[in-house]
Design a protein around this ligand. Structure first.
Ligand SMILES: Nc1ncnc2c1ncn2[C@@H]1O[C@H](COP(=O)(O)OP(=O)(O)O)[C@@H](O)[C@H]1O
Ligand SMILES: [Mg+2]
Length: 235
């Protein structure tokens, strides 16, 4: 479904992503792990059109989308929930979700999409008239994911959906993400520092270090890899 090959992205003169290649097959739950500053966010932004790569290709469902504007990419069904949530704090929960469904593709079925989001996150329904900025961290993260879902994704990219959450809430969020994949067959590419938990839930994972993809494999094999365990699991 997604094929990234030889992607290179610069900030000014410095490359943050170097010749990175990865694949996500339809229906797969893929994890992307690596230390802070490895280039994970930069890679995801270049995939979804928020940054322009200097080299390489991004192919989504057979269409070369390299360098396309983010809105057109989103309209194809490749939806990116950015790091840091980027909600509208002074708008209500409901209005934040409606903004997720504004593109033509999603607008036609926005009522159904909102119902699905509320089924998944009942707490958002209870708080639908509350301003987003007054939600707890975990609820804001649910809202950010919900807004992504409202855009009717075929591939959902989640950048650090567990950032800043307590371990319990982080696990809760990852379990919901897993259900999106197992129950709704949503294809996922997820970055999280909750490496052990992510690798337990994902089908396949890529490891990124200093701008490069340095390892990949079935998540169950990576979690057993001594190098991965040493660096990421702290064992
Ligand atoms: N807007 C920016 N301008 C310049 N350098 C940046 C910018 N954003 C990130 N970087 C640098 O690019 C590298 C990769 O960052 P990032 O993609 O955010 O990594 P990760 O998401 O893996 O933590 C880091 O060295 C970071 O300091
Ligand atoms: Mg990041």
């Amino acid at each position: 479904m997604l094929e990234v090959s030889g992607l290179t992205v610069y900030y000014g003169p410095l490359p943050a992503v170097r010749e990175a290649s990865l694949k996500v097959a339809a229906g797969q739950f893929v994890g992307l792990i690596g230390p802070n500053g490895a280039g994970k966010t930069t890679l995801l932004k270049a995939v979804s059109g928020l940054l322009r790569p200097a080299a390489g290709r991004v192919v989504f469902d057979g269409t070369d989308i390299t360098g396309w504007p983010a809105e057109r990419i989103c309209e194809l069904g490749l939806v990116h929930v950015p790091e840091g949530r980027k909600l509208f704090p002074r708008l209500t929960v409901l209005d934040n979700l409606r903004l997720g469904a504004y593109l033509p593709r999603a607008r036609a079925e926005s009522d159904r999409a909102l119902k699905e989001v509320f089924d998944l996150f009942p707490r958002l329904y209870e708080r639908r008239r509350q301003l987003a900025g007054t939600l707890s961290g975990g609820e804001q993260q649910m809202l950010a994911i919900g807004r992504g879902l409202a855009a009717r994704p075929r591939l959902l990219i989640l950048d650090e959906p567990t950032l800043g959450l307590s371990p319990r809430l982080a696990h809760e969020i990852l379990e919901v993400i897993k259900r999106l994949n197992s129950e709704r067959r949503l294809t996922l590419l997820v970055v999280s520092q909750e490496v052990v938990h992510l690798l337990k839930l994902a089908d396949y994972a890529f490891v990124m270090e200093t701008g490069r993809i340095t390892a990949e494999g079935p998540a169950s094999e990576l979690i057993a890899d001594p190098k991965v365990r040493k660096v990421y699991v702290g064992l």
